[in-house]
Design a protein around this ligand. Structure first.
Ligand SMILES: *Cc1c(COP(=O)(O)O)cnc(C)c1O
Length: 363
């Protein structure tokens, strides 16, 4: 295999630092708590709708506007159709939003500890990031954002990743008021696990864009569907970018499955409640083992042990068949991010962790 010659690369490609997704192991029987997937299967109605869509019409292009799906999203959130936008996973929606709103020759503000894809999109689109440090309790520092001066916009994950900590709506409102002519993007990938959505603020704030995903709370990480909500001019900008890139980001199966999933409120409620209940139990067990557990409103917990090195613990867990996520970055290198599994998976985690803590050397 010959590698592409760097001389053929566009210069910007040489400078890219791509996102590194969590491991998707090829081995079965691992307890997979490393990429914040939902441990429960998606709505059976979604699976049925995908089957029906597969049996019919795949020779034809899908609806480029995903109208039926967007109607369902709009209805659920009390918005107009034109206030919704969908994409191939919320990562794609985020990418289009970065391109559409944050290229203003000024820095884009986001927290020093947050979803690492924001930095990656800055690299892709030549946006200068300005990292605003979380405070010493790992909470978003709204005052520091307000004091940061001119900017191209603000991105916050709420609840934040990988901390799991949520911001109250009053804090989001303050951010919206600092730079009324700049977009505040609120990434609500985890909001259904106990956070407070900013969607009700859309009416009053033309600079608010809320992004959500069906990957986590609707158990559809494999289908790749995300969406954005905001006033029409923001959605129009996203449509312009999308239709300059790929007119058909959601295939027929994705549109059908996502629509059915949005309509199955009972399944959604039951599974997200199960995840939240399990989270509370797991947090107590981890605290009993001596871990500091950040207060989580997400489908994961972010924990550290005062006497055990996080990288060593992650490796020890892997050796015992349990995958968790360890990030080597500044401030968080001693934390583990553990996705909430089924109660049985969490029991396996606790057993493996107890064993690892007992047998690994202290840091
Ligand atoms: C998982 C995640 C996303 C991306 O989700 P998609 O699967 O691309 O929809 C976006 N933001 C945050 C903070 C996430 O954790």
């Amino acid at each position: 295999m010959s590698l592409p010659s760097p001389a053929a690369w566009s210069p910007v490609v040489v400078t890219l630092v791509p996102y590194v997704p969590g491991e998707q192991p090829k081995i079965d029987r691992l307890v997979k708590l490393n990429t914040n997937e939902n441990p429960y299967p998606p709505s059976p109605r979604a699976v049925q709708a995908i089957r029906e869509a597969a049996a019919q019409g795949l020779e034809l292009y899908p609806d480029p506007d995903a109208t039926a799906l967007r109607r369902a999203i709009a209805a659920r959130h009390g918005l107009a159709l034109g206030e919704t936008f969908v994409g191939n996973g919320s990562d794609e929606v985020l990418a289009h939003a970065f391109f559409a709103f944050f290229q203003h020759g000024a820095p884009l503000l986001f927290a020093d500890v947050t979803y690492s894809f924001y930095q990656v999109y800055c690299g892709l689109y030549g946006i200068e990031p300005r990292l605003v440090p979380l405070d010493d309790r790992m909470q978003l520092d709204v005052d520091a954002f307000a004091a940061a001066g001119p900017c191209a916009g603000i991105v916050v994950a709420n609840p934040n990743a990988p901390t799991g900590i949520g911001l109250p709506l009053a804090a989001i409102e303050r951010l919206l008021q600092v730079h009324p002519d700049r977009v505040v993007l609120v990434d609500e990938a985890y909001v259904d696990f106990g956070g407070e959505s900013a969607i009700p603020l859309i009416d009053r704030y033309p600079n608010l864009l809320v992004v959500q995903t069906l990957s986590k709370s609707r158990s559809l990480a494999g289908l790749r569907v995300g969406f954005a909500c905001g006033q029409r001019p923001l959605v129009d900008a996203l449509e312009r970018v999308k239709n300059s890139f790929n007119s058909y980001p959601l295939d027929r199966l994705a549109q059908a499955g996502a629509l059915a999933a949005m309509e199955d409120e009972a399944h959604f409620d039951q599974t997200r409640r199960a995840v939240m209940d399990t989270r509370e139990g797991l947090a107590l067990q981890l605290e009993d083992m001596g871990f500091d557990v950040l207060p989580s409103q997400a489908n994961f917990v972010f924990v550290r042990h005062p006497r055990h090195d996080a990288a060593a613990l992650a490796a020890a867990l892997r050796g015992r068949g349990v995958l968790v996520r360890h990030f080597a970055g500044p401030r968080i290198a001693q934390y583990l991010r553990i996705s909430i599994g089924t109660p049985a998976q969490c029991e396996q985690l606790v057993r493996a962790l107890a064993d690892a803590v007992r047998t690994e050397g202290s840091a």
